[in-house]
Each structure stands twice: as C-alpha cells, then as structure tokens.
Design a protein around this ligand. Structure first.
Ligand code: IPM
Ligand code: MG
Length: 361
C-alpha cells in the first residue's frame, strides 16, 4: 500500500531523530512492500523564523490531508531564545496546541514501561520496582485548562490572571471510551484520576467515566485523586495499567511516569482523533543543548513510528518488527549516551538508526 505521512522535523534534535525514524520506516516499506511518501511541514521555532507564526494554515491543511503525522520535537531554550520574546500565542508550543486542536487529536496515549536492559537507570529502589511496570497514560488533550478562556487584567489595582477549566460530558465520554478500549487490549484495568474532592469538572469526569465503564464489564475501574496518584507512581508503579485523566493532570503525571522509567529517550506517544488518524511523537522535548551533535537518542521517535504503523495503518506485524528490532539492538548492548552504562557499546544517533533498520528483514 501507499501511505502519505506528514513529517514535522521541528526544532533542536527534532530533525536528527526524525531522519532515523524515516530510515526505519523506509526499511519497513522495503521489506514488507509498502510505500511511504513524506511531506515535510514546518512547526515551532523554525516556522516562526520562516513565517512569523508557529504553524501556518497551509501546514495544518497538509497535515489534515495526509494519513498520519510524525513529529520530532519543537521549541528552544525559554531563557535565551528570540522565539519566546513574543506573545504566548506566537511561541513554538502554541503550534503544538494548534495542531492538536486543529486535527481534533483529543486522545493522547503515552506508554511508560521499564526495559529490563535499562532497569539500572530507574531512579526507584529495587524493592519498589519489583517485577517492573508497564502502564499507559491516556491523557485528554484538547480540553480543560489548556484550552479554556484566559486573560490577565488589573482588578482594583491588582494584576489578576484567570484561566478557566471546562469539560463537557461529551469530551469526557470520548476519551473514557478510548481509555477503556485500550485497557481491553491490555490488563483490563483503568485508574481514572481526578480531583473530585475539590473540582466540579472532576465530579462530572467521575460520573461520566462510571457510565462508560458499564459498557466494559470486564474492565476493573478505580478512581484515584491526582495528588495520591503522583505519590503512588513512585511508591507502587506496578499497580497501574491504564491511567485515564484530563489534560493538565495527564501532562504532569506523564512526565513523572516517564521519569521513573529512567529512559525518557525511549518513550513514544500517539495523539489520536475519533478515527485512526494520529500524530506520533517522542515523549521528550527538543533538547536544544545537544542538537546537531549526533548524540540524541532516536529510539522514542522510532517507537513512535511503530505506533503510527500500528494505530493509523493497522500494520501490526510491521510495528512488531520495529519494536523487536529496538529490543534486539538493546539486547546486543548498543546504547546512545543518555542510556549508556558500563560494558555497553556507545553509538550516535545515526548509527543507532542504522542498527535498528538493519534488524528489520
Ligand atoms: C507535552 C508538553 C506540551 C503540553 C506543552 C509543550 C504545551 O508539555 O506534550 O506534554 O503541555 O501538552
Ligand atoms: Mg508535558
């Protein structure tokens, strides 16, 4: 089959890691007889440099017309980059929010699991790690605080900023359905995370999630308050299968979950709409300090490409092959600098991509 993939190299290490993911996809194409046509668009700082905005309408339209989107990373150093000397809606991150909203990508799937080979990098004690952990954070991505009405004004001589947090039942229902669907393919456990002891939006969240749960009698549902969840993640991460939560809680908890794997350079993510369309990106950022040095870890982006093959194109066996290739390369002891330990063999970004591509045959 032929597929059209929009590629967003982005900023910082984005272009280097995306290049390796394309290399791996092309190898998949060769071996399994598919053709991937790529169209590159600009987003983030590079788009600001070229057009003065982090995402143009044309770029968004290109993405909308394609079959799936592969993204590297966007943004620069907030402290010392001209990209941040402008209004918030013109900064690199605004491009990311705009593409999520513009393509209706309300479901953000972020897996966090411990690789046996990398267990030493896990910052948790051995007795807490136990048999390891393997969870997915299902984060609502186009509602809540990040998309609510906001403004800053002077009220009675005092500067006052307002952000609003709104969820309607439909927004909650559709993400809950995605959460339960993915739980059905895993260990059938959903932990819905909210702040129902304080927030109205959380109380509605809980009510709607319970309604959806009735359609999934095989799935075990529990509720957890977000502050407790932050604690449980470092106390007993093995208890989680699917964490289902709203936008801001998911933003924070997914960083925490990725950190405890000890290898954020390995974690992929998918952002999907109601159908099979999605945007796939590594969970890490653009790491401007190491850009262009051929030392960044391309594995999270390569695994994001595997998610793309699986979720948007239904190419399960091809996705399995990519994941198995990553596993094989790790087992052979190849490491980029961020996951390097004694006795392993250190390679750069390109070589890591070559090794993984070579294992697909
Ligand atoms: C993420 C990022 C973004 C978010 C920022 C850059 C707007 O932190 O993808 O988690 O909060 O969604
Ligand atoms: Mg985040």
């Amino acid at each position: 089959m032929d597929y059209n993939v929009t590629v967003i190299p982005g900023d910082g290490i984005g272009p280097e890691i995306v290049r390796e993911a394309r290399k791996v996809m092309d190898k998949v194409g060769q071996v399994y007889g598919h053709r991937f046509d790529y169209t590159e668009i600009l987003m983030g700082g590079c788009s600001i440099d070229a057009y003065g905005v982090p995402l143009t309408e044309e770029a968004l339209e290109t993405a909308r017309k394609s079959d799936a989107v592969l993204l590297g990373a966007i943004g620069g150093n907030v402290g010392n980059s001209r990209w941040y000397d402008v209004a918030p809606n013109l900064r690199p991150e605004a491009g990311l929010l705009a593409i999520r909203k513009g393509l209706g990508l309300f479901a953000n799937i972020r897996p966090a699991y411990l690789y046996n080979e990398l267990a030493e990098a896990c910052p948790l004690k051995k007795e807490i790690i136990g048999d390891g952990f393997d969870m997915v954070i299902m984060r609502e991505l186009t509602g809540g605080l990040y998309f609510g009405e906001r403004h800053t004004e002077e009220v009675d001589g005092v500067m006052t900023a307002v952000d609003t947090l709104t969820y309607n039942e439909n927004e909650i229902r559709r993400i809950a359905i995605k959460g339960f669907d993915i739980a059905m393919k895993r260990r059938k456990k959903v932990t819905s995370v909210d702040k129902a002891n304080v927030l109205d939006s959380s109380r509605l969240w809980r009510k709607v999630v319970e309604e959806v749960a009735k359609d999934y009698p095989e799935v075990e549902l529990s509720h957890m308050l977000v502050d407790n969840c932050a604690m449980q993640l470092v106390m007993n991460p093995g208890q989680f299968d699917v964490i289902l939560t709203e936008n801001m809680f998911g933003d924070i908890l997914s960083d925490e979950a990725s950190m405890i794997t000890g290898s954020i350079g390995m974690l992929s993510s998918a952002s999907m709409n109601e159908s099979k369309f999605g945007l796939y990106e590594p969970s890490h950022g653009s790491a401007p300090d190491i850009a262009g040095q051929d030392i960044a870890n391309p594995i999270a982006t390569i695994l994001s490409a595997a998610m793309l093959l699986r979720y948007s194109f239904d190419l399960d066996k091809e996705a399995d092959a990519v994941e198995a290739a990553v596993q094989a390369v790790l087992t052979e002891g190849w490491r980029t600098a961020d996951i390097m330990t004694e006795g392993c063999k250190k390679v750069g970004t390109k070589e890591m991509g070559d090794l993984i591509a070579a294992h697909i045959n």
